[in-house]
Design a protein around this ligand. Structure first.
Ligand code: 13P
Ligand code: SF4
Length: 321
């Protein structure tokens, strides 16, 4: 067995009932599987908890178990490890990065902060632990508005790395946060023109939009929110048709929770690509999850000094949410 490729590279017996084996290993290893809504449906189905990035952090912190297998992307594993330093935290494929987190290297962000002295630094959870260590308060798409509204009205604020979420929060709070120029490759690619056409073809459909999307798409939305907020809206709404402008994995839980409603993925600019899929999120598979439980690898580690600095803005977020 080796993990040089970023996941356990071991053969899985084709005759195994993987779902049953995963259940057995979870008990044997005192492990809990947490999955983000963007994971493949087969992973969401075996998870003990599914949620958005805020919920996963909140749940991780309260778990009594020895091991957490975080089916999501690397920064989510890091956040869980920072919150639970005594637990073993595993991500089935640690190549699961995030283009948004990558758009904000810690050294460049540090320079950006130094050039704006006296600013309060608000960072989206989609960042490396090193960026969180430079931050005053972390936010997710669930609580960004609520947290920014709690900062003093005259505070000079730096927000990174997502310019679309930052613009959205500026527009709903009336703040003038200075934005880092980063974005997510999945959410930036939805086509405004094609969404308008789709709305014409489905006039009763409600448009659900993640705030990482471009402003022009956000402005058309019936509901703007985190994955959990969009799901809740779909469950509670009287409408029966929804156009969904976020990563396609959320459709799995939407269809499960609302079997009589119709969910239409918002079309990407380039109709030949699978751009609604986050290629990082989809690196985790049932086989890799099984192997990661079996061999307890690949483990997430965070440098102790970075973790010590990064936990403060994460704890601050949790206490302000
Ligand atoms: P949520 O905060 O809605 O879970 O979103 C996380 C994410 O990666 C969005 O692309
Ligand atoms: Fe990162 Fe975008 Fe994937 Fe979310 S969907 S994990 S922001 S690359």
């Amino acid at each position: 067995m080796n993990v040089e490729k970023g996941f356990v590279d071991a053969q899985v017996d084709k005759n195994l009932d993987l779902k049953k084996e995963i259940e057995r290993l979870k008990k044997e290893k005192d492990a809990v599987v947490l999955a983000h809504y963007y994971q493949k449906g087969e992973i969401q189905d075996v998870a003990d908890f599914i949620g958005d990035s805020l919920a996963l952090a909140q749940i991780a912190r309260k778990l009594p178990n020895r091991m957490i297998v975080l089916c999501g992307v690397h920064f989510m594993g890091e956040t869980a490890k920072i919150l639970c330093p005594d637990k073993k935290v595993i991500v089935p494929d640690v190549n699961a990065g995030c283009s948004l987190a990558d758009s904000c290297p810690a050294d460049e962000f540090e320079k950006f902060i130094r050039e704006r002295p006296g600013s309060t630094v608000v960072s989206y959870v989609n960042t490396s632990a090193a960026v969180k260590a430079l931050t005053d308060v972390v936010v997710t798409s669930s609580n960004a508005r609520q947290i920014v509204e709690q900062l003093p009205a005259d505070a000079k604020i730096i927000f990174g790395p997502d310019r679309n979420l930052g613009n959205y929060i500026n527009s709903v709070t009336g703040r003038n946060m200075e934005l880092w120029n980063g974005a997510c490759h999945v959410h930036e690619q939805f086509s405004l023109e094609k969404i308008i056409d789709l709305k014409k073809a489905h006039p009763e459909a409600r448009l659900l939009v993640h705030p990482e999307c471009r402003k022009s798409v956000v402005m058309l939305a019936d509901k703007v929110g985190s994955t959990a907020a969009l799901l809740q809206y779909a469950v509670e709404s009287d409408a029966t048709e929804f156009i969904v402008a976020t990563e396609s994995g959320i459709l799995h839980e939407m269809m499960k929770r609302c079997p009589d409603k119709t969910f239409i993925p918002a079309p990407p600019d380039d109709s030949t690509c699978a751009c609604n899929d986050c290629s990082f999120m989809k690196l985790n598979t049932l086989e890799k999850l099984y192997n990661s439980l079996r061999y307890e690898q690949p483990e997430i580690t965070v440098d102790a000094r970075v973790a010590e600095a990064a936990i403060k803005p994460i704890e601050r977020m949790l206490s302000m949410s």
